[in-house]
Write a protein of this length. Structure first.
Length: 133
């Protein structure tokens, strides 16, 4: 049986929280985050989100996610994309995606081959394992 720890173990380095790109939030993300913060949706929207039309994203502050402060300050309410990162299905389709992510993420098993990584990640997905990193 596949085990996520064979391919990834988060070091909580925060590298994935850095940069000028942000994460879009679906309705479930918004509800989960609002509940985790214990604030009204309007308060969270004003303080933490950037809204453009129908697109809701987390704000970026000083080149990192607004929730990053030596760790995720909204970890229990984080978006599903954050919870699954870096184990993104695009790694199965394009080897260079795997190589790029492995270079930047110390939690990816540095000894595993691309083929073995893909096999294990696919097994986890086939088993419908909820992947939360």
């Amino acid at each position: 049986m596949a085990d996520i720890k064979d391919i990834f173990e988060c070091t909580q380095c925060g590298y994935c929280c850095q940069g000028e790109t942000t994460v879009s939030l679906d309705d479930n993300d918004q509800k989960r985050m609002t509940q985790a913060l214990g604030l009204s949706e309007a308060e969270v929207r004003d303080k933490y989100w950037r809204v453009t039309g129908n697109v809701v994203q987390m704000k970026i502050v000083d080149s990192h996610c607004i929730f990053y402060d030596e760790g995720c300050t909204v970890h229990n309410g984080r978006p599903w994309r954050c919870a699954q990162w870096p184990l993104h299905p695009s790694m199965l389709a394009v080897r260079s995606n795997f190589e790029t992510i492995r270079e930047s993420c110390p939690g990816i098993n540095q000894e595993i081959s691309y083929d073995d990584f893909c096999r294990i990640l696919q097994e986890l997905m086939d088993e419908q394992t909820i992947i939360h990193c």
